[in-house]
Design a protein around this ligand. Structure first.
Ligand code: UD1
Ligand code: CA
Length: 463
């Protein structure tokens, strides 16, 4: 909207969080709180978008990758009214309307903001505010109305009388105002209140006193405007959001066996007929194809799974690409840079890192595959280790197609095994092996008949 400016307030410390981290950087469903109102703000395509920062300003700025933000610094946190005042210069001469959002009200939707703007324009108001009614309004500014129901003012919890505290209609902390009215009204604010702050909601009284038109929009779904001020509120909202996300995926055709213990972050995508067991965490930009099975206790971050993938019980996957039909686990750890081709099997106690493994290859037991390229239909025996690190540098191991790596082999990188190589059991491979060759170490086992009995006799004689 070309005639819209938006200010997001995010300068507060969030004292009630008792944290070194600025409040708006606390995470909800894996993303900083501030990212939620920002995302909705950007959907409205404002001409100007200003974010007021103060506490941890640099960290907050660094967390936002969105382009087109004008950063406004509020050096001292003197209140929400003062914070908006800090953005005055950005909107000097701006003809449109100003929408003000709170960085700590994450579930607000752009559709609701559009309703608010529409009402503001219909009523030709100087100021329009978003309200809702809460069963438990503690902590919120209460909406004061005159006898005929007109908006009269907002009183903060700490300044409210006992009877005002009974009021259940609360201020969402989201407003639209004409900039000319707003910035002049801010000049009339005082900090003569319990918190010694310049309260933005006090502009309502200024408007009412000047006889300017004020309007309200009542949100019927109160969770949308809930603010985060404490860790408990954060935890409750996390739960609400998880329920919402889980419900969405179930509606889209995903089975969650125990939704209470499944955590799915906002940006995750899951295909139909995938079945997800208990204690599963799907994080970051994880994408899961159709008909996958995740047995449970899986911890996936930025993992991209094709279709028909089976993650057995207890696996950790980070920054991985997994093609169709792969089986992983139980108890496998796939670290960043792992790329598994179709129908690869990775079994128990296998760790991979920077490992590109071709279609149909298998590493089923007790193996470390780091900095390795494996061809197709190769079998990596139990206990195989790629020795990729000499204490100074990392080196690659390259293994061809249809290779048989015998159990308990160590492949000392850099080393290349051609196609169809056969590595005998317990071989240490230090040199490249040509295609089709057998590689083995020369020392054979020695056998001493009757040795144990003799040893025992000796030991017994000593004691
Ligand atoms: C505010 C409202 C209250 C409303 C509630 C809704 C005021 C005085 N009160 O209360 O009526 O019901 O939101 O959630 O506005 N901030 C700054 N600079 C400051 C102070 C705050 O940028 O100097 C930012 C905070 O980072 C936060 C937002 O403004 O994102 C709201 O501040 P907060 O202290 O959480 O206000 P509440 O007490 O929740
Ligand atoms: Ca708040």
């Amino acid at each position: 909207m070309s005639d819209l400016g938006i200010i997001v307030l995010a300068a507060g410390l969030g004292t009630r969080m008792k944290s070194h981290l600025p409040k708006v950087l606390h995470r909800l469903a894996g993303k900083p709180l501030i990212s939620y109102p920002l995302r909705e703000a950007i959907k409205l395509q404002p001409e100007k978008l200003a974010v007021v920062v103060g506490h941890g300003a640099i960290e907050v700025q660094e967390s936002c990758s969105e382009s087109g933000i004008t950063w406004v610094i509020q050096d001292e946190q003197l209140g929400t009214g003062h914070a908006v005042g800090c953005a005055r210069a950005v909107f000097q001469g701006f003809g449109g309307d100003l929408l003000i959002l709170s960085g700590d009200v994450p579930l607000i939707r752009s559709e609701t903001l559009e309703d608010l703007l529409r009402r503001h324009w219909e009523k030709n108001a100087a100021l329009t505010i978003l309200t809702t009614t809460l069963d438990d309004p503690v902590g919120y500014g209460r909406i004061l109305r005159s006898e005929n129901g007109e908006l009269a003012g907002i009183v903060e919890e700490r300044d409210a009388t006992a009877s005002q505290r009974q009021i259940q209609e609360v201020n969402a902390g989201i407003y639209v105002a004409a900039p000319k009215f707003l910035f002049s009204a801010l000049e009339n604010l005082t900090n003569a209140n319990q918190q010694g702050e310049y309260y933005l909601p006090d502009v309502v009284r200024v408007a009412v006193k000047n006889g300017q038109a004020v309007a309200t929009v009542l949100v019927t779904e109160p969770t949308e405007i809930l603010g985060i001020n404490t860790r408990e509120e954060l935890a409750i909202m996390e739960k609400n959001l998880q329920e919402r996300i889980n419900r969405k995926w179930m509606e889209m055709g995903v089975t969650l066996k125990d939704p209470q213990t499944v955590y799915i972050e906002e940006d995750v995508a899951i295909g139909r007929d995938t079945v997800i067991g208990p204690n599963t965490h799907l994080m970051g930009k994880t994408v899961i194809g159709e008909r996958c099975r995740l047995d449970g206790s899986a911890y996936l971050t930025n993992a991209c799974l094709g279709s028909g993938v089976h993650l057995r019980f207890c696996v950790v996957l980070t920054d991985c690409q997994i093609a169709d039909g792969v089986i992983v686990g139980p108890f496998a750890h796939l670290r960043p840079g792992t790329a598994l081709g179709r129908n690869v099997h990775i079994g128990n106690f296998v760790e991979t890192k920077e490992a590109r493994i071709g279609d149909g290859s298998k590493a089923n037991h007790l193996t470390y595959l780091g900095d390795v390229t494996v061809g197709r239909d190769t079998n990596i025996g139990a206990g195989t280790i790629t020795c990729n690190y000499d204490g100074f540098h990392k080196y690659r191991t390259v293994i061809g197609d249809r290779v048989q790596v015998g159990s308990d082999s160590t492949l000392v990188a850099p080393v290349t095994l051609g196609d169809d190589v056969y590595v005998a059991t317990a071989t240490t491979v230090r040199q490249d092996v040509a295609a089709g060759a057998l590689v083995f170490n020369e020392r054979r086992e020695q056998v001493r008949e009757g040795w144990t009995q003799e040893k025992r006799k000796k030991m017994e004689a000593k004691s």
